[in-house]
Ligand binder design. Structure first.
Ligand SMILES: N[C@@H](CCC(=O)N[C@@H](CS)C(=O)NCC(=O)O)C(=O)O
Length: 249
């Protein structure tokens, strides 16, 4: 938006893209801001990555604002206005500020009914997909989140892997059994669902904390298939605006 406004002012003799009256200009600007949402994200945040996957699968364009978790930007007053919990992601569309990756993805599902659907048809299947999402989103990831690790480690980062891998393995043992029964080409059958948006980020965390993924062949196989899809490549931590140089692919 800033660049387009600059071009408008810098080249007053070229085709004008803002109307004549201040009211018209304000209206166009308001609609522009309404149209393009902003995702507050961190390149390696698994919860932000879930939302990036859902946005990419649905083909929704958005602005990206990096929040550096390692530097503590999530606890800065400006970000706490968006999410008083001090956690990413936060999704801002016009006056609406949404937090919690599952809530944001469910919102996208309801808000854009004409885009690719990420929940199955029947209430039973929808409940099943949500339950498996929460297996990761409620019962696995929160116990290995940065602030939990920092509290547990009390400055000793060498303790992180043992703690995180214990909880991830507990979650993955159950998820492996579940996926054996319900996966197809994707985590739940042959169409992508919200559950697929949670798999690569959690597998990435597992590998970071040295979990032996050979113990979970079904999760591993689904994850590999997802990694081949363009939407999943686009959402990957190695391709975000705030990805550090050495981590870029
Ligand atoms: N339940 C939340 C969890 C959000 C969360 O844990 N975000 C992490 C990154 S994945 C975070 O911001 N951590 C910052 C910290 O622990 O200080 C969601 O699904 O959005």
């Amino acid at each position: 938006m800033a660049i387009m406004e600059y071009l408008e002012e810098k080249f007053p003799d070229k085709l004008k893209l803002l109307p004549e009256t201040p009211e018209g200009r304000a209206k166009v600007r308001a609609l522009c801001y309404l149209m393009k949402p902003t995702l507050y994200s961190y390149w390696r945040s698994s919860c932000s990555w879930r939302v990036r996957i859902a946005l990419a699968l649905k083909g929704i364009d958005y602005d990206y604002e990096g929040v550096n978790l390692v530097k503590g930007a999530q606890r800065e007053p400006e970000f706490l206005k968006k999410n008083p919990q001090g956690l990413v992601p936060a999704y801002v569309s016009g006056q609406t500020v949404l937090t919690e990756s599952m809530a944001i993805m469910e919102y996208l599902e309801e808000k854009f009914p004409d885009k690719l659907k990420l929940l199955p048809e029947t209430p039973e299947d929808r409940a099943k997909v949500r339950a498996l999402c929460y297996l990761i989103a409620s019962n696995t990831q929160p116990i290995q989140n940065l602030r939990v690790l920092q509290f547990y480690g009390k400055g000793d980062t060498s303790k992180y892997a043992e703690w995180a891998s214990h909880w991830i393995c507990l979650g993955f043992e159950a998820l492996e059994v579940e996926l054996k029964m319900c996966s197809g080409k994707f985590a739940f059958g042959d169409e992508p669902t919200l559950l697929d948006a949670l798999i690569p980020p959690q597998v990435y965390n597992a590998k970071r904390f040295k979990v032996d993924m050979d113990k979970y062949p079904t999760i591993q196989a689904v994850n590999e298939r997802l990694g081949e899809l363009e939407a999943f490549k686009k959402a990957h931590p190695s391709r975000q605006p705030d990805t550090p140089e050495g981590e870029r692919a």
